[in-house]
Structure formats: structure tokens, C-alpha cells
Design a protein around this ligand. Structure first.
Ligand code: SF4
Length: 172
């Protein structure tokens, strides 16, 4: 291997390591599960010890945290926010409602599966997930970043026609 390649590989490795330890999260509080976020990010469970901190703008955030059921009106905003974020970016579906609609599974107004519309890197199951489960979800994402497997944002570019078609079916 050329010296240049060794340096580049080392540089990318360091970058990935730093990235996984500095995750700014935009929590898009769509529903009731968001109530478990305050204990997760404040002193009791202290998500910041893992480098995870809440942030207020899409442009500077790394994680889009969708905290619960998504109705059709909300989906449009979530997609807009996700597209405003700069890559690499990650999506976490928080709560059973983002996986299968949860207790709203038969509602005409609720979107049942977030991953049909956006590339979800990690789901955190539960209704509502406990702070421990949320921290575990963050740690799973960090592991995926470390292994170079948190590539949902690339999938969104490569399979954009698939996501856009699904979005169009719901949003028109
Ligand atoms: S999974 Fe439970 S807590 Fe979360 S949004 Fe759905 S109903 Fe609310």
C-alpha cells in the first residue's frame, strides 16, 4: 500500500471515530414518545457523555430523531427537514409507531412505516422507549458508524426514485 493511501486510510478512520463521538441530534417531536427525551439528555442518563447533544437546526445536525407516530401532514415536514440536513446524516425511528404505526396502526391519517419514506438507520422499539433503550439505540448507531455501515443517507441518494415514489403516493 502506498504511503498516501495509508495516510488517507488513517485520516478517514480518525474522522469516523470523531464523528461517532460528536452526534448532534435534531429531535423532531412528532408525538408522545418525546417525553422520554428530557431524562435521556439531562443529568440522570446524561446522553452527552457519549457525545450526543440536542441541536436546533437541520443544517448543523447529524441525527434526525423522529419521536413517535407520523401523520400525513407531519411526514411532509420531516422529509423537508431531512433533505435540509448535510451528509453524512442519520435517521433514528423512536417508538413502535415509527416501525408499524403502533396503537395507530389502523388510522387513516397515520403513516405506518417510516422506512418507506426515509432511510432509517436505527429503530428504537417500545411504547414509549425508556431512556436506557434510547441510549442503547444511540450506541447501536455509533457502532454502525464505526463499522462504516450507517449508510442510509447514501441509500437515499442511490434509491431516491423509490423514496420519492413512496412519498408521492402519500403526499401527492
Ligand atoms: S410508540 Fe407509544 S409513546 Fe411512542 S408515539 Fe406511539 S403511542 Fe406514543
Amino acid at each position: 500500500m502506498e504511503m498516501q493511501d495509508v495516510i488517507e486510510e488513517g485520516y478517514v478512520g480518525i474522522l469516523e471515530d470523531l464523528r461517532k463521538r460528536s452526534l448532534w441530534m435534531l429531535h423532531y417531536c412528532t408525538a408522545c414518545g418525546a417525553i422520554e427525551l428530557p431524562p435521556t439528555i439531562t443529568s440522570r442518563f446524561d446522553a452527552e457523555r457519549f457525545g450526543i447533544a440536542p441541536f436546533v437546526t437541520s443544517r448543523q445536525s447529524d441525527i434526525l430523531l423522529v419521536t413517535g407516530y407520523i401523520n400525513i401532514k407531519t411526514l411532509r415536514r420531516i422529509v423537508t427537514v431531512y433533505e435540509q440536513m448535510l451528509p453524512p446524516k442519520y435517521v433514528i425511528g423512536f417508538g413502535s409507531c415509527t416501525i408499524n404505526g403502533g396503537i395507530y396502526w389502523d388510522s387513516y391519517a397515520v403513516v405506518k412505516r417510516l422506512d418507506l419514506y426515509l432511510p432509517v438507520d436505527v429503530y428504537i422499539a417500545g411504547c414509549m422507549p425508556t431512556p436506557m433503550a434510547v441510549i442503547e439505540g444511540f450506541r447501536s448507531l455509533m457502532k454502525l458508524i464505526d463499522e462504516g455501515k450507517a449508510n442510509g443517507w447514501k441509500k437515499y441518494i442511490e434509491d431516491n426514485a423509490y423514496y420519492k415514489e413512496n412519498q408521492r403516493k402519500v403526499l401527492g
